[in-house]
Write a protein that binds this ligand. Structure first.
Ligand code: ADP
Ligand code: F6P
Length: 321
């Protein structure tokens, strides 16, 4: 291939810039030219792009967000939208496309590959909920942001003998919640993947708060998908008599400078994606398997089922008190 495109799509994630930089530099080094498509599939349909150079990606490896911007594009989820995307690629002379995003973005990439434009997906989402990869870019940074903020909450909860009920992102996935709960030494963690019993959680809190050398401040981590964080805080307060405060960490989790892990994996994955397109191979997802960067057929990868962190969840609860 002589000319490829790169875009970021769906929710942004820290480390997307590092991936864009790697794709650009790797492609230029292999003699290809690169167009940066702005605002995901929206920009592709509208022909919003910028010619990428080695210098245009200077100074972005350490930046959160995405220099290409991102968007959600409902039109691309229709066959008509995909065919418009194909026509745009042909008009721009793009022989292949790197799509950095989550599973929704990958479905679009699969459809575009099916229509004749080879696409390679790089997993970029803080949720780490893509079936075929052990890791998605942004996960580590987002979890470290949560830990940082919940450690701060812990200070004030301790001063006031309160309970913090804190919601972390993950509309459909509780992977972040479990890791974060374990890392901040929380007392409970509520996710969609595992059943929980609020009364039992409250009873344990009450028992320890009443014992002489027990705990007097608490952290309960709630995955976004569970929702009702304010109501859970109210219920906990009613059931225990311990003052509870709800905090929704929100979009701050999606920003900030990527960690070393996110920068390194984004770079390796970006490089791998370009190697595939260089060989004319599309319709693939780049991922991490047994700690190694690999690639898998797009549809096959999306059809896989991701297991939950059951053992980690159990270890968390067994070491929480
Ligand atoms: P993410 O990629 O993070 O999962 P979304 O689910 O919002 O984020 O998807 C991003 C974009 O990918 C959508 O706005 C749409 O353009 C495209 N997309 C999502 N689902 C599909 C689908 N089933 N088929 C084709 N394109 C899709
Ligand atoms: O998929 C990433 C994510 O941050 C989820 O954790 C969260 O539920 C969702 O995106 C929020 O999306 P939006 O930025 O559109 O509110």
């Amino acid at each position: 291939m002589k000319k490829i495109g790169v875009l970021t799509s769906g929710g942004d994630a820290p480390g997307m810039n590092a991936a864009v930089r790697a794709v650009t530099r790797a492609a230029l080094a292999k003699g290809m030219s690169v167009l940066g498509i702005k605002r995901g599939y929206v920009g592709l349909l509208n022909r919003e792009y910028v010619e990428m150079t080695a210098r245009s990606v200077s100074g972005i490896i350490q930046r959160g967000g995405t220099c290409l911007y991102t968007a959600r594009c409902p039109e691309f989820a229709t066959m008509e939208g995909v065919l418009k995307g194909k026509a745009a690629c042909e008009e721009l002379g793009l022989e292949g496309l790197v799509v950095i995003g989550g599973d929704g973005s990958f479905r679009g990439a699969g459809d575009l590959s099916g229509a004749g434009i080879p696409c390679v997906g790089i997993p970029g989402t803080i949720d780490n909920d893509i079936q075929c990869t052990e890791y998605t870019i942004g996960y580590d940074t987002a979890m470290n942001t949560c830990v940082d903020m919940i450690d701060k909450l812990r200070d004030t909860m301790q001063s006031h003998n309160r309970c913090s009920v804190v919601e972390v992102m993950g509309r459909r996935a509780g992977y972040m919640a479990v890791n974060v709960a374990l890392a901040v030494g929380a007392e409970a963690c509520l996710t969609l993947e595992r059943e929980y019993d609020l009364e039992a959680i409250a009873a344990k809190m009450t028992a320890t708060a009443q014992s002489k050398d027990g705990k007097h401040h608490f952290i309960i981590v709630v995955a976004e998908g569970v929702g009702q964080t304010e109501a859970i805080a109210r219920q906990i307060q009613e059931m225990t008599g311990i003052e509870a405060r709800a905090t929704i960490l929100g979009h701050v989790q999606r920003g900030g400078s990527p960690t070393l892990r996110d920068r390194v994996l984004a770079t390796e994955m970006g490089y791998h994606a370009v190697e595939l397109l260089e060989k004319g191979i599309g319709n693939r997802i780049v991922g991490l398997k047994d700690g190694q960067v690999y690639d898998i057929d797009l549809k096959e990868g999306l059809a896989m089922k991701k297991p939950f962190l059951d053992r980690r969840y159990d270890i968390f609860y067994d070491t929480a008190y």
